[in-house]
Ligand binder design. Structure first.
Ligand code: PD2
Ligand code: ZN
Length: 282
């Protein structure tokens, strides 16, 4: 049995992956020539990670950082988050996206909307030049932020999220609630802060980069309002209680984490967004 990563194998894995061959097909091919499945998976991961690191250095990309990641190694159908079992519905490697079901009950979703509603204002986005906030035509929703732990429900949800994606509760920004009416959308963007922008230093001082996002759907729009990932032509339907998680290991388009909120066509859309930072957010 041949289980060492030769240069030849390394080149083969990289070229196959570049040609679009999926990881399971690579594992199968390696199994046929005598590799144990687990060892093949580890070898493929090691080779592809090494390759990305090399390309990143050559291209001068920002360094990769650890990111939140749910415990999905043995392909569980549920993740126990203490007070409920969250369903694992879809996973994607690149961009890293995981769709969860049953993160919130319908009662909790409605309670969160009711708690947020009195404080809604036209959404602002970060003003890249200064690090301040501005009204932005790219984002035609109303929103508000809760402080971390502001209500018992917010606290409970934050504890669930921390367990779900294995990331300290202190690294989370306050939960943001957004409300979209028909026609409202959030044009494709990245959630990380562009290190080149003048305003980023001030933002990054509060806990470093954003490294992950969880968008939680609080109601069921009638038509439209999906969350889109244009680089991979993925659209996630907004379903009450479900949540889409995505992470980005460096503030760079190579993460393919470009995403947006499609226009709501009929009905309205309510979401809660939890952004996760590298370090404690204060
Ligand atoms: O509403 C959405 O689906 C959406 C899309 C893109 C939310 C966000 N980004 C966000 O809150 O960052
Ligand atoms: Zn976003």
């Amino acid at each position: 049995m041949r289980q060492t990563i030769t240069n030849e194998l390394r080149q083969w894995i990289v070229s196959q992956a570049a040609a679009g061959v999926t990881a399971p097909s690579l594992v199968e091919a390696m199994r046929k020539v005598g590799w144990t499945e687990d060892v093949a998976v580890d070898a493929i991961e090691q080779v592809l990670r090494g390759h990305v690191d090399k390309v990143a250095r050559e291209q001068g990309w920002p360094a990769a950082t650890p990111v939140p990641e749910p415990a999905l190694d043995d392909a569980p159908l549920f993740i126990d988050v203490g007070d409920r079992r969250v369903e694992v519905l879809v996973t994607l490697a690149s961009p890293r996206v995981v769709l969860f079901g049953n993160l919130l009950s319908s009662e909790e979703s409605e309670q969160l909307i009711a708690q947020a509603r009195p404080q809604l204002k036209r959404s602002l986005t970060v003003q890249v030049a200064t690090g301040g906030s501005e009204v932005n035509a790219q984002r035609t929703s109303d929103g508000m932020f809760f402080e971390r732990g502001q209500t018992p429900l917010v606290q409970r949800l934050e504890e669930r999220i921390a367990r779900l994606v294995n990331w300290p509760i202190e690294n989370g920004e306050g939960l943001q609630i957004l409300h979209y009416q028909p026609g409202a959308e959030y044009k494709p963007h990245y959630d990380y802060f562009d290190p080149q922008h003048a305003g980023s230093a001030k933002i990054l001082a509060r806990g470093g980069q954003r490294v992950g996002t969880l968008v939680i759907y609080l109601n069921n729009p009638v038509k439209g309002g999906g969350t889109i990932f244009p680089d991979v032509h993925l659209e996630v339907s907004p379903r009450q209680g479900n949540a889409v998680f995505f992470s980005y290991e460096r503030p760079h388009p190579s993460t393919r984490s470009l995403h947006g909120g499609s226009p709501v066509i009929e009905g309205e859309k309510w979401i809660a967004t939890k952004w996760l930072r590298e370090r404690e957010f204060r």
